[in-house]
Design a protein around this ligand. Structure first.
Ligand SMILES: Nc1ncnc2c1ncn2[C@@H]1O[C@H](COP(=O)(O)OP(=O)(O)OP(=O)(O)O)[C@@H](O)[C@H]1O
Ligand SMILES: [Mg+2]
Length: 370
């Protein structure tokens, strides 16, 4: 492996104000982000938010309506897809079924007119990188789904691209296999130092492989941050609810103090947040807090909400409580199980104590739909 280690040089990618529409409808608007050389970034968002469109524009498969794409020192405007030096694994993209594994991997090399002898060596190198040594003569249909995806990755990197684009590369595979391949991909990406943009709608996949996440919604970027920052400090209600689980309660800002804000909840009760929020009194807001920020108590207290227990389920090391707030809103709490943890009975009336220091408050309707 070592002889190839320095042979791929990942380049920095800059996407600047990228906009594209199909027909009259904008699929992506004003998308900007950078990926440092050798970095792995995940593009994440719900189906139809424009992820594949961003990738297609970077790969040169579509001409964006506006914006710039710069790879290393080169502006890619007017550069053909083939000349961009970008490797891509497509969403649901099959291998050439009539070509062997080795022929599939050699295909981009043949396009680059790499001499036959060198091609053979590089194919072997790629096969061992994706741990498929000895599979070169098989046809794709003689491989498992995971093995086929590894061949697709090998084919994408065989031409030593300075940027690797992966569009849901493991989407069709079961969870356990997906996890194994993610670990493998991460190792490969690190070994090669190849700049990588991976598209996924699986947030666990994104968080486990990427240095940073680009969160997209409805053709726009909502946040670019590390996986932990996106989880702990979401910029928007969309990001907060999209990443991980969260409870959302509607409320109104009732009182602003220098170091506290009182929010009355539509479903009854109130919460006092330990800081002055940037809202005016009377603003409608959404208060959010994660299940692990809720503790169940037998007695009411500060920042507690009266709830009844729908069901409490032990999930491995944690205990998950599904609760109903007075107005019918479902809430969820979770706690790490200890030897003395008791499981409350269905229907129990308890008090959910919210860790308000970690709660978030957003405008009630942050996005007016177009
Ligand atoms: N060739 C096309 N012609 C017309 N509209 C398209 C075309 N391709 C995509 N779209 C539309 O553009 C929007 C963005 O599509 P895109 O494929 O980029 O989404 P995505 O985020 O990759 O979704 P998914 O997670 O389902 O793959 C969608 O509304 C889609 O319907
Ligand atoms: Mg897509």
């Amino acid at each position: 492996m070592s002889h190839i280690q320095n042979s791929i040089e990942g380049k920095q990618l800059s996407v600047k104000r990228l906009t594209h529409s199909y027909g009259g409808q904008n699929a992506i608007s004003d998308i900007s982000f950078d990926i440092a050389a050798g970095e792995i970034v995940a593009l994440l968002g719900p189906s139809g938010c424009g992820k594949s469109t961003v990738l297609r524009a970077i790969a040169g498969l579509i001409q964006p309506k506006a914006g710039r794409i710069v790879l290393g020192d080169d502006d890619l405007a007017g550069v053909s897809a083939r000349a961009r030096g970008i490797g891509m694994v497509f969403q649901n993209y099959a291998l050439f079924p009539h070509l062997t594994v080795a022929e599939n991997i050699a295909y981009p090399l043949a396009c680059q007119q790499v001499p036959r002898e060198e091609r053979r060596g590089r194919v072997e190198e790629m096969l061992s990188l994706v741990r498929l040594g000895g599979y070169g003569n098989r046809l794709p249909r003689e491989l498992s789904g995971g093995q086929q995806q590894r061949v697709a990755v090998a084919r994408a990197i065989a031409g030593r691209p300075s940027l690797l684009l992966l569009d849901e590369p493991f989407g069709a595979l079961d969870r356990a296999l997906r996890f194994d391949l993610q670990v493998e991909l991460l190792h490969l990406q690190k070994t090669l130092g190849i700049t990588t943009l991976i598209v996924t709608h699986d947030q666990e996949e994104a968080q486990s492989v990427a240095n940073r996440l680009v969160l997209m919604n409805k053709g726009n970027v909502e946040q670019i941050d590390t996986p932990m920052a996106v989880y702990d400090k979401p910029n928007t209600l969309f990001v907060n609810t999209f990443i991980g689980q969260t409870n959302v309660l509607a409320g109104t800002v009732a009182q602003l103090e220098p170091e506290a804000t009182l929010v009355t909840l539509s479903g009854g009760g109130s919460l006092t947040l330990p800081r002055r929020l940037n809202f005016t009194v009377g603003s409608d807001v959404a208060v959010t807090f994660r299940p692990e920020e809720v503790r169940l108590a037998a007695q009411p207290g500060e920042n507690t909400l009266a709830v009844s227990v729908t069901v409490s389920l032990p999930l491995g090391p944690t205990l998950v409580h599904d609760l109903v707030f007075e107005d019918g809103t479902n809430l969820r709490a979770s706690e790490v199980r200890g030897p003395s943890t008791t499981i409350p009975q269905t229907g129990s009336r308890l008090f959910a104590e919210i860790d308000v220091s970690r709660a978030h408050v957003f405008p009630a309707q942050p996005e007016v739909s177009q």
